[in-house]
Write a protein that binds this ligand. Sequence first.
Ligand code: GLP
Length: 242
Amino acid sequence: MKVHVGTNEEISKLIADEFIKQINTKPDSVLGLATGTSPLLVYSNLIKANKEGKVSFKNVTTFNLDEYIGLDGTHEQSYRYFMNVKLFDHIDIDKSKTHVLKGVDDYEDYAKKYDDLILKSGGIDLLILGIGSDGHIGFNEPGTPFDSLTHIADLAQSTIIDNSRLFNNVDEVPKKAATMGLKSIMNAKKIVLIATGKNKANAIKDLFLGEKNEKIPCSILRDHKDCTIYVDDDAYSLVKNK
Ligand code: GLP
């Protein structure tokens, strides 16, 4: 794994540049996308670059990592809604080529088909990840098998509490989610992970220094041949001061 340390502004710009380079090299790239606070500035940079004519998403296909079970795409906390509002509505992407796991209706069947759908599209060229404070990636909580494909997962209580900041109260947070599995994530050709803030410091410490096992889902990334971790000083503090 490579690592870049910088401010959120600096690392978000670097990651956006990676996406722009990827798409300009291969206009029909397949991108893996994440939700959450961490990638927001990356997406703003991409919107700006698109508006300035520096990159076009016309032929790009996207696959999102995860979605809450029980929320449909019009719910403000659904990840489909997030992606539309934070990125897709502002760029020249063909929305029919944007895939987000389903939270309602045939969500189980769709999750089962997801890895095949990714494979048929040619596989993910570049995937952006955030990280949970417990080391989860996507919604793969501690204990998820390293060989897992896309599946329906139970959320850890700590994740429900972390994510409740975006809901009216903790009881509104769904208890389950559809998520790409750890193997689905590892199948991406290139991975970038972004983490900022002190509440990610333990997870980033585990990522670099913890044992590599299923108790630490993100530790699998150490086996990826092209994975770069982008962190700010706070998120990296427990690694740097070791
Ligand atoms: C959620 C998502 C993850 C995300 C994580 C961190 O649980 N399932 O994909 O990486 O939260 O979110 P944030 O970037 O808001 O801290």
